[in-house]
Design a protein around this ligand. Structure first.
Ligand code: CUA
Length: 175
């Protein structure tokens, strides 16, 4: 309770310029409220929200198997792996590398699994600036359809220790 009571007729309905500003702010609030669900369904860079529990050891095993069956080459000691179009691709994050290098085909849709073996990392695909959290214990599945060919970089955008700035990976997309 305040010390002084305001007069009974303290409220003055907004008018003129104030009304206009309140109206504009309210309209923008409505637009943004509609935009959120709209982008959830029609945006092209959304997570499917699909994730599964997996232990780091199990995940490492799946990635190992994926590499073994789909390996097509090597770059600086890192396996280059080409998953079947329409199939599952696996990416493993750990201090401080992304494994393997993925080779994908333009226009094909993949189920890209991402998980971490140790702590939290951040998957950031450049230059399109797609960003997703990578957590140990969760197999996060993204539906990915490359729309342009070329080489794309993956950087880690979650601080993960002394080698964080060197944690880069690569996705190669061919026509
Ligand atoms: Cu991994 Cu920063």
């Amino acid at each position: 309770m305040s010390i002084y009571q305001p007069p009974a007729d303290w409220f003055k309905a907004p008018k003129g310029g104030e009304r206009v500003w309140i109206g504009l702010a309210l309209t923008w609030c409505m637009v943004m409220s509609v935009a959120m669900p709209y982008w959830h369904f029609y945006g092209k860079q959304n997570s499917t929200g699909e994730s599964y529990r997996v232990t780091p050891a199990e995940y490492a095993q799946r990635v190992g198997k994926f590499i073994q069956t789909n390996k097509v080459g090597e770059m600086n000691g890192m396996p280059v792996v080409e998953p079947a179009p329409g199939g599952d691709a696996y990416l493993q994050a750990q201090m401080w590398l992304w494994m393997p290098i993925l080779k994908l085909r333009k226009g094909q849709t993949y189920r890209l699994h991402i998980s971490s073996l140790d702590l939290q990392h951040g998957f950031s695909l450049l230059p399109m600036n797609m960003n997703f959290q990578v957590l140990p214990g969760y197999d996060h599945v993204l539906t990915l359809t490359p729309t342009s060919s070329g080489e794309f970089s993956i950087v880690c955008n979650e601080f993960c220790g002394i080698g964080h700035h060197m944690m880069t990976g690569r996705i190669i997309v061919e026509d």
